[in-house]
Design a protein around this ligand. Structure first.
Ligand code: AMP
Length: 286
């Protein structure tokens, strides 16, 4: 194999000019374990380039009939180029495994940071929301709806820059979708109800995340899934008195957690919202 993984073939899935194999990489420490495989730190030997190698067992993919989903995830992610979207440089397979060559996110999961700190400062929360908004605007422009934005799917690079990862539930489509998917706490009412949905589900999720960043728990958390469903459908939103969060942040959340998807604040308007403008460092928004 030759070349640098920074410059993968333009369409590695359709016309792989270069055949990667496991012998092209030095495998390092495990970085984590997902539902269907493990992720390792790895170095591409020729270029010395550090990547994260995700190893998925074909048997698992067959068992759970995830072939279609994995292919879609790979096709979508290889086509995306944005500073806040984790790059998928390429992929290869052997008899038993599929390997995804991913950008390495040194800071790990945002979820861990959030759990460690309890909640984030308004400045940090606003910076992450602005990064996510810009990444989602880019995805929506390409007709990609992520549909599963949650702290576990957000990684941080060595500079603390947020990266959207895991496009397992994403879809590239101009028409309305019907599949119910995603994680309950982050689901928009139209998805809970199994109704047709579009890109506006990601805007709802931004509201959920903004709340969780600031208060440490998602807004519709409940004892049972049934109660969470109910709270989402009613948009049963309340703001705890502690921590003390400014009114502008609450205003942004309230404008995103709107049942009528056509009335939710647009991504463009999020970037112009006073809370975002006030809290995001314009020189270096990560
Ligand atoms: P996943 O199978 O994608 O859910 O990944 C499992 C875990 O591996 C994640 O929760 C992260 O902690 C870690 N991980 C996945 N991808 C990367 C990456 N590109 N860089 C660093 N850590 C990663």
């Amino acid at each position: 194999m030759t070349g640098n993984p920074l410059k993968p073939p333009k369409q590695p899935l359709k016309t792989p000019k270069r055949q990667w194999s496991i012998s092209d990489f030095d495998i390092g420490k495990p970085l984590g374990k997902g539902k269907f495989g493990r992720v390792y730190l790895a170095r591409e030997i020729k270029s010395n380039y550090i990547v994260a190698l995700k190893v998925v067992f074909k048997e698992q993919i067959e068992k759970y009939r995830l072939h279609h989903q994995l292919r879609r995830e790979m096709e979508i992610q290889t086509g995306l180029r944005h500073p806040n979207v984790l790059r998928l440089y390429g992929w290869f397979h052997d008899d038993e495994r599929i390997f995804l060559i991913l950008e390495y996110a040194h800071g790990g999961e945002l979820y861990k940071e959030l759990r460690k700190l309890g909640n984030l400062s308004e400045r940090k929360a606003a910076t992450y929301i602005a990064s996510l908004t810009q990444a989602l605007a880019y995805c929506h422009e390409k007709h990609v709806i992520h549909r599963d934005i949650k702290p576990e799917n957000l990684l941080l690079d060595h500079e603390g820059r947020l990266k959207i990862a895991d496009f397992g539930w994403s879809v590239q489509s101009r028409s309305k979708r019907h599949t119910m998917c995603g994680t309950l706490d982050y689901l928009a009412p139209e998805m809970v109800e199994n109704k047709a949905h579009d890109w506006a589900v990601d805007n709802w999720t931004l509201g959920v995340l903004c709340y969780e960043f600031l208060y440490g728990v998602p807004p519709f958390e409940a004892e049972s899934q049934k109660d969470t469903f109910r709270r989402i459908m009613k948009v049963d939103l309340s703001f705890p008195s502690s921590p003390d969060i400014c009114a502008e942040a609450k205003d942004l959340i309230s404008r995103l957690l709107v049942k009528d998807s056509s009335k939710r604040l647009s991504l463009e308007k999020i970037m112009e919202h006073p809370w975002i403008v006030k809290n995001v460092n314009p020189v270096c928004p990560k």
